[in-house]
Design a protein around this ligand. Structure first.
Ligand SMILES: *Cc1c(COP(=O)(O)O)cnc(C)c1O
Length: 376
């Protein structure tokens, strides 16, 4: 079935016989047993709830996985996944990483005995492998620099060495990119972003390709207890129904905006993976079916960056991305504030860099907003 249809219908399983078109919110913490030693398939909502199950089946189908788990945030999903590892294990991650993921690795996982190396190329990752390495964690395209890495090339290397390959697919979503099909073992999502799509719910997902790994993660999810609530599961199910049209539209506007930004003297660099001059363009064309709606760009100086942020009206200055409302962030002082300054600046996350999540307002209005904001 085409992914657009999966977005709308989700999984086929019916949970009641009323004919309800929308999946009901099963607001029940617990479920009665039909007899001793019997179960309806649902016992207690921390372990599983019908609304959450429907959502999980939908996300698994979208990612082409055997299973998926829904969590109360993207970070809760990442934290649960880190329970796969033990003290002494080493993980290699892409250099440019969502700030919260970096904060988790650096402050919590490290305290728990894991160690990390960072690299930004396939060769760099390979060179960082040690006998203790257990996994490779990729974000592609990265947040906020929009660096692209070849998932299949890393998957081949990881497979040869029996390393787990984890891909954060938040930016492109399964609508444009399906890492499990390219050889990844686990796909991670902040469902808060494009999957939910309305800036109204915080959620996270893990999707997996292998039954055994799925069982291990489900055990961790049930035991650590950060499963997504039935109410929030309902909102994400509703969001996913329009994922395809939202991604297409955000991409169309992002193309136009990236092009417009590139023509302005006040803007020195535009990072959009859909531009042929972007270093990741060729790999993106190979591994994804679209370029998404995320752009980052460097203003000519800090003053201009601050002016843009303070003047935008249709676009709002706020953290997060992937929703119907366009949002702009200042990574250096928001999402990446916890990263040491030298590291941040070395990666280009300086006081001139802004990140724009293109929403579903008219592209003309968004460009007009940027025009009035950027002009002196
Ligand atoms: C937002 C985000 C996360 C974290 O997800 P939350 O839902 O905020 O916990 C992880 N990775 C990326 C790429 C993100 O943008």
């Amino acid at each position: 079935m085409d992914i657009q249809t999966i977005c709308v219908h989700g999984c086929d399983k019916r949970y009641d016989n009323t004919g309800a078109i929308a999946v009901p919110i099963f607001a029940s913490a617990t479920f009665a047993h039909p007899g001793v030693g019997e179960s309806t398939g649902f016992d207690y909502s921390r372990a599983q709830n019908p609304t959450r199950e429907h959502l999980e089946h939908t996300v698994a189908a979208l990612e082409g996985g055997v299973g998926a788990m829904a969590f109360s945030s993207g970070m809760a999903a990442t934290t649960a996944m880190m329970e796969l590892f033990s003290p002494g294990d080493h993980i290699i991650a892409t250099d440019d990483l969502y700030g919260g993921t970096y904060r988790l690795f650096d402050n919590i996982s490290q305290k728990n005995g894991l160690s990390f190396s960072y690299a930004d190329t396939v060769e760099g990752i390979e060179a960082s492998i040690t006998p203790a390495t257990k996994a490779i964690f990729l974000e592609t395209p990265t947040n906020p620099m929009m660096c692209v890495i070849d998932i299949a090339a890393v998957a081949q290397m990881a497979g040869e060495r029996r390393l787990l390959l984890i891909v954060d697919n938040t930016f492109l979503t399964p609508y444009f990119q399906r890492p499990l099909e390219l050889g990844a073992d686990i796909v991670l999502h902040s469902g808060t972003k494009y999957l939910g799509g309305h800036n109204d719910t915080v959620a996270g997902f893990l999707a997996v390709k292998d039954e055994e790994l799925s069982e291990r993660l489900r055990f961790i999810a049930k035991t650590t207890g950060a499963g997504l609530s039935p109410f929030d599961s309902f909102l994400i199910i509703r969001g996913i129904k329009t994922l395809a049209v939202r991604m297409e539209r955000a991409q169309e506007s992002a193309q136009a905006i990236a092009h417009w930004l590139q023509g302005r003297d006040e803007i020195s660099t535009v990072h959009y993976i859909g531009m042929p001059e972007h270093p990741g363009y060729a790999v993106s064309c190979r591994q994804a079916s679209g370029f998404g709606g995320m752009i980052s760009f460097s203003a000519q100086d800090e003053e201009t960056a601050v002016r843009i942020l303070e003047r935008v009206k249709v676009i709002q200055y706020a953290e997060s991305l992937g929703g119907v409302e366009s949002l702009m962030t200042f990574p250096a002082i928001q999402t990446h504030a916890d990263m040491p300054v030298e590291q941040r600046v070395a990666r280009g996350i300086d006081m001139r860099l802004l990140r724009l999540s293109v929403g579903l307002e008219s592209a003309d209005d968004l460009i007009a907003d940027l025009r009035q904001a950027v002009q002196c």
